[in-house]
Design a protein around this ligand. Structure first.
Ligand code: M6R
Length: 608
């Protein structure tokens, strides 16, 4: 989603801003722009398309040592040069904005009546004119920005520069992340710590309704009533090496292949084989609390939601507690009936997903304990929940989630194991799960060795127009995630059903053109799944089966078979998902899509 980088220091600003934008590219965007403060002038350059097109249009050697830049992901108005940020007002003020100004139409009408001319179709342009309008009534750019923002309904991560105050950048936040980076006599602004890599690890996170005045190496924070706020900078772990594909063609493949390591990192120091339990330092829950919960509620969006659905099967079996799973976007506007004694688990790679944050805030308002399963350290969700488990999957750059999804399921298993061992799970059962998790990185490594075979299969079916993924039990949500991945990166229409549901409607879709991916490893429901598979086969679809190594029976039924080793049911959904990641990846490559930055998608969805 949109990205912001700002710089004020003593070095030429342009290369810093352009490189910052390059680091933010993974978030997804469709246009980019930069505003430089140079010799009493604001120089603005914008381009539709990629950052590289902007890089060709700007003078990297320009003398400016301050400026702001942006990658835009269109919400209001098409992805054109005109609609790209920065937006300016009379060559005096320039702004870059992440978020949505919900009352922009009303503000725009007032500003037009006051004589302002709008040149874009965006909601963000009102911010530039509104700040300029406030400046006209006296005061400095800080006062003008705070005054303007008190009139804004909606969300913002905002950076402002003003021709008349070239020695400051103004930043403001409500609901859209923004941080200040500090280094000697230089100050950076960024919507995402990734943009600060190579510059500084000293940061200050803005809170909602705070405004910062950034000068060279210094900052001052106020609230929207201009009251001073004090906050010390802190040292963060920067996601080093993120911009490097490590020899792979795409970040997505790199991230799939990193999973033996990312799972190892997520498990490090957390498993006790002697006690058959997990150690999770950040839960902030006492043993009586862990024993006392009567229900679990898991909330997320997209793949994080599907990981929660996998978690439901595992957590209910482990803890004996009922588990509800909800889309954050639905939950936040429902009137949910929340039983006291519910432990709420918010799942998010980025920790910045607007709907998930809103759901978490609603849960806190209702007095329920919240845990975050989050990958990005220091993200809004991680900072606001009562406790949590960091996923430690490492930076995930590709828009489509792979290693973070795996880590989300692993984290739910760790959480379930902890709760269950404080309830009824026996030592022996706990040790069985610890052993299964301990062996998981090795199993993942073996499954990923089948990449060349999956690549060849993907080449055969890449021309398909529709796909259906089928599975039973915890493999049903894996089917959902498999279909989600295929849709996202190859743009093939894909659906998923519980295999037993087929005859209740979806069978009507089966014909010779449909690609069916059937998950049918040798588990407790194998016989049931196998007979569902026979039904699909009888209707002549193109059938890929995912089975257990050595299953000759399945090999006779399906056109192509992808195998996984026999594994514990506790880790089977994680293992079965890996070939689906590879299948989606290779189909997308065959189809020539933009694998790492699929059209219309953003890595971190910070608006509704
Ligand atoms: O950062 P989050 O985990 O909160 O993101 C949630 C979804 O937007 C995300 O999982 C999305 O579905 C991915 N593109 C999945 O590949």
């Amino acid at each position: 989603m949109c990205g912001i980088i700002g710089y004020i220091g003593h070095q030429p600003a342009t290369p810093i801003l352009i490189n910052g934008l390059r680091r933010l590219e993974y978030r997804g965007y469709d246009s980019a722009g930069v505003a430089l403060l140079e010799r009493g002038k604001l120089a603005v350059t914008k381009r539709a398309g990629k950052v590289e097109q902007l890089a060709c249009a700007v003078d990297e050697a320009a003398a400016a040592t301050a400026g702001i830049a942006h990658t835009r992901w269109a919400t209001h108005g098409r992805p054109t040069r005109r609609n790209a940020h920065p937006h300016t007002s009379g060559g005096r003020v320039a702004v870059v904005h992440n978020g949505i100004v919900e009352n922009y139409a009303e503000l725009k009408a007032k500003l037009q009546a006051a004589g302002y001319r709008f040149t874009s179709q965006t909601d963000s342009e009102v911010l530039a004119h509104l700040i300029d309008h406030k400046l006209a009534s006296g005061g400095d750019v800080l006062a003008a920005t705070t005054a303007a923002l008190t009139e804004v309904v909606g969300t913002f991560g905002l950076a402002v520069v003003c021709r008349e105050q070239p020695d400051q950048l103004i930043a403001a936040r409500r609901g859209s992340p923004l941080l200040i980076g500090l280094r000697a006599d230089e100050t950076y602004l960024a919507s995402d710590a990734t943009a600060l890599v190579g510059h500084t690890d000293q940061v200050v996170y803005l809170e909602d309704d705070e405004v910062a005045v950034c000068t060279r190496g210094r900052y001052r924070l106020v609230d929207l009533q201009n009251r001073e706020r004090a906050r010390q900078s802190r040292t963060i772990e920067l996601p080093l090496g993120t911009a490097d594909k490590g020899g792979y063609d795409h970040f997505l493949l790199k991230e799939i292949m990193e999973q033996p390591q990312s799972v190892t990192d997520g498990l490090r120091g957390r498993l006790s084989s002697a006690e058959g339990i997990s150690h999770l330092g950040g839960l902030n829950l006492t043993e009586p609390q862990l024993r006392g919960f009567g229900r679990l509620l898991v909330i997320g969006c997209g793949s994080a939601y599907y990981s929660g659905l996998v978690g439901k099967y595992l957590l209910e079996r482990l803890t004996g507690l009922p588990v509800d799973v909800e889309f954050a976007s639905e939950f936040r506007y429902r009137q949910p009936v929340l039983a006291p004694g519910t432990l709420c688990v918010l799942v998010s790679q980025s920790g910045e997903t607007a709907d998930t944050l809103a759901a978490m805030r609603e849960l806190k308002r209702r007095g329920l304990p919240t845990l975050g399963l989050v990958n990005v350290v220091g993200s809004s969700l991680a900072r606001e929940v009562d406790g949590g488990i960091y996923l430690h999957a490492g930076p995930e750059i590709s828009v489509a989630s792979t290693k973070a999804f795996t880590a989300q399921v692993v984290a739910q298993l760790l959480l379930g194991l902890k709760i269950a061992r404080h309830r009824d799970l026996s030592l022996a059962e706990g040790q069985e799960i610890v052993a299964a998790l301990g062996g998981l990185p090795g199993v993942i490594a073996r499954v990923l060795e089948s990449a060349p075979r999956i690549k060849a299969i993907a080449a055969k079916y890449a021309g398909c127009r529709q796909a259906m993924y089928l599975g039973r039990d915890s493999l049903y949500p894996v089917a959902l995630e498999g279909a989600h991945k295929l849709k996202e990166i190859s743009y093939v229409q894909a659906e998923a059903y519980p295999a037993g549901e087929m005859k209740h409607g979806a069978n009507a879709l089966i014909d010779e053109e449909l690609l069916v991916v059937f998950l049918t490893p040798r588990n407790a429901l194998y016989a049931k799944a196998r007979s569902n598979l026979e039904e699909v086969r009888a209707r002549g679809s193109q059938l890929i089966a995912l089975g257990t190594q050595g299953d000759q029976d399945i090999a006779k039924l399906a056109r192509d078979v992808i195998t996984i080793p026999p594994v514990s049911p506790w880790i089977e959904p994680i293992v079965a998902n890996l070939p689906l990641q590879l299948l989606a990846y290779y189909m997308a490559v065959e189809r020539g899509t933009d694998v790492d930055q699929p059209r219309n998608l953003a890595k971190s969805v910070t608006v509704e």
